[in-house]
Design a protein around this ligand. Structure first.
Ligand SMILES: Cc1cc2nc3c(=O)[nH]c(=O)nc-3n(C[C@H](O)[C@H](O)[C@H](O)COP(=O)(O)OP(=O)(O)OC[C@H]3O[C@@H](n4cnc5c(N)ncnc54)[C@H](O)[C@@H]3O)c2cc1C
Ligand code: SF4
Ligand code: SF4
Ligand code: FES
Length: 585
């Protein structure tokens, strides 16, 4: 027999309302459009009444009552909001947060400089919703096909799955979904708001500038990028070799930004073709400087300007520009970072007979990506560790014939936390070489700023980078913002992307007249705040082997420019996405 419910009249904030006797105060309020916060309540479950966020005042009751678990009765008078209720809810929330053993956000998302919702896109990828996964990634990172290949993956270093077996292959899944979208006839493009008439100029079409443009354009602003080089991409194009990031992929990725209506003006250099004042005269209301770190650092050794000595980034750019198409003989690359590894492996592909990396610390301290080092070893690169150059040896024509080095040993850690290399007295020796490539590091090249009466006043740090207020990414000149390598020094693509996005938010506020506030750090509960997690905490999780990225054979790949990593299959994507432990709430 159907159960009958009688009707009652109650009063919500003084307003008479007819309700069913079986209903809770919360249900009636929701029907009436009266908002009450809840946390533990779930429509599908019996009321739990544990959080006390939904408390309301019922006339005659001694204390506030949880609206989610209190049924209505005839004539009940309910108050849903006053100072007493507000402070009771606030106190309840503070109590919950004070000892909340959970993760609001997964460690992966917290570790990604751009805050990509890793857990979310892995879940979408597991369901085969690749386009939705790309849409989610692009809320935080507009270059997923690029990052899917070259990101340094701080997310994976922090992935909880490490405590079970091996990190989830977060980035390989990103590459897969992004590649599918890149080739799709129905490619994902975010919505662009109606035109606002505001104009922003971005200098530099590297990841920082591209990211800034992507997010500003979505707000409906006119965005023009100016770059000194003949193609866009910055170090993604001129630094990272083709076998790691094919230029065709980069071109298509950039179309994902120009496709929104962003114009890129190439071969246009700030300081050579125009000044900051010119831009403001042309009614750009804000300028973002994403100039990168374009200048190779000197080795500070005798004869380093001789013929046969090349700068790592200039060498890589010369190869990309097709100004160098072969390199014979013995090549020595000085340095242990990504530029050194890229220069060494590029030299190998240009036909060098022997390529050595000469590094003053050991393999353990090399800043290059581990994968790059391993792949270089497989291809036959020779590593000479604890070896530092002191002088380039010349022939009678002033051409390099080798490099004099000193043997090093490791002392106590320096400021970077790595053990300091110390020369061993009387240990000098000579390595015979036909080419010396110096890949020690990069720094911003701001010499041209002297020719720009406004730019010359932009404050710089003692490291020659631009100084900004980090909360709002603005320099000391109002309306001039900066980010990426020109601020951070040589860093990573994802850090540049994160900077560009943050600057876009600040610039949007600046040009629309909103106050550029300091960003409040949101409260984020983390399990690690309570205790360090150990593998024992995950003993219940079955071990599942991580899917391996298929790669081309080293003997074959070292002779050409074809991409080394071939990409996951849909099955591998599914397998990996399901390995995610879904750490966040
Ligand atoms: C060889 C090499 C390998 C790397 N490998 C990796 C990797 O594997 N993973 C990773 O995450 N990061 C890697 N990086 C680092 C990464 O590429 C950079 O951190 C990133 O590109 C910085 O972005 P950006 O936009 O700040 O600057 P850039 O990418 O340098 O772009 C700056 C742009 O500004 C333009 N510009 C400069 N001056 C002017 C001017 N006066 N007027 C107009 N335009 C101007 C330049 O032409 C350039 O296009 C590598 C870097 C190098 C050099
Ligand atoms: S962009 Fe890089 S750090 Fe961010 S989620 Fe992807 S791989 Fe991880
Ligand atoms: S297991 Fe999943 S949610 Fe947890 S850190 Fe790794 S990728 Fe992120
Ligand atoms: S929602 Fe938690 S007690 Fe009502």
């Amino acid at each position: 027999m159907e159960k009958t419910m009688s009707r009652v009249q109650i009063f919500i904030d003084g307003k008479p309302v007819i309700a069913d006797t079986g209903q809770t105060i919360l249900e009636v309020c929701r029907d009436q459009g009266v908002e009450i916060p809840t946390l533990c309540h779930d429509d599908q479950l019996e009321p739990f009444t544990s959080c006390f966020l939904c408390v309301v005042k019922v006339e005659g009751a001694r204390t506030l009552v949880p609206s989610c678990g209190t049924k209505v009765t005839q004539g009940m008078r309910v108050t849903t909001n006053n100072d007493q209720i507000y402070s009771a809810r606030k106190m309840a929330l503070e109590l919950i947060l004070s000892n909340h053993y959970a993760d609001c956000l997964g460690p992966c998302k917290l570790a990604c400089p751009a805050g990509v919702d890793v857990q979310g896109y892995l879940a979408l990828a597991a369901m085969g919703k690749y386009r939705e996964a790309v849409a989610l990634i692009k809320q935080a990172n507009p270059l997923p096909t690029v990052c899917g290949r070259v990101c340094t993956r701080p997310c994976e270093m922090n992935c909880r799955r490490n405590l079970v077996d091996e990190t989830t292959a977060i980035d390989h899944v990103k590459r897969f979904v992004a590649d599918v979208d890149l080739e799709s006839p129905d490619r994902y493009f975010p919505e662009v708001r109606p035109e606002t008439g505001h104009k922003v100029a971005i200098i530099g079409a590297g990841p920082a500038g591209l990211s800034c443009a992507y997010y500003l354009r979505q707000e409906g602003h006119t965005v023009d990028i100016f770059d000194a080089k003949p193609k866009a991409g910055g170090m993604l194009r001129w630094g990272i070799p083709q076998y790691r990031l094919p230029e065709e992929i980069l071109d298509k990725e950039i179309e994902g930004i120009t496709g929104l209506g962003v114009d890129i003006h190439l071969n246009k250099a700030l300081g050579r073709d125009f000044t900051l004042d010119d831009l403001f005269d042309r009614e750009y209301e804000a300028v973002f400087l994403g100039l990168g770190a374009q200048s190779g650092t000197s080795m500070r050794v005798e004869n380093e300007d001789a013929d046969g000595v090349l700068s790592g980034i200039d060498f890589l750019e010369d190869v990309k520009m097709k100004r160098i198409d072969s390199l014979k003989g013995k090549v020595g690359v000085i340095g242990g970072g990504n530029t050194a590894m890229d220069a060494a492996r590029t030299a190998l592909r240009l036909g060098a007979d022997e390529v050595s990396i000469i590094y003053r610390r050991t393999r353990k301290e090399m800043p290059a990506n581990e994968m790059e080092i391993e792949e270089g070893e497989e291809e036959g690169i020779i590593f000479k560790f604890l070896t530092a150059p002191v002088k380039v040896i010349l022939d009678e024509n002033n051409r390099a014939t080798g490099i004099e080095c000193v043997q090093m040993e490791l002392g106590p850690p320096d400021d970077s936390g790595r053990r300091r290399p110390i020369p061993i007295p009387d240990s000098n020796f000579v390595i015979e070489l036909d080419w010396v490539i110096a890949a020690i590091g990069q720094k911003p090249d701001l010499a041209f700023a002297a020719r720009d009466s406004k730019l010359v006043n932009v404050a710089q740090t003692r490291w020659g980078t631009l100084e900004i207020k980090p909360e709002v990414m603005e320099t000391n000149i109002p309306g001039v913002f900066a980010g990426g390598d020109v601020v951070l020094g040589p860093a990573t693509a994802i850090e540049a992307i994160a900077d560009g996005k943050k600057a876009a938010k600040a610039i949007h506020k600046f040009i629309t007249g909103e106050r550029m506030e300091l960003v409040n750090k949101p409260f984020i509960s983390r399990k690690e705040n309570f205790k360090k997690l150990s593998p024992d905490d995950f003993s219940y999780v079955p071990r599942v082997e991580r899917a391996k990225m298929p790669v081309r054979d080293p003997e074959e790949r070292k002779h050409d420019w074809g991409e080394i990593e071939l990409g996951f299959s849909p099955d591998q994507v599914h397998h990996e996405a399901l390995r995610c432990l879904e750490c966040g709430c």
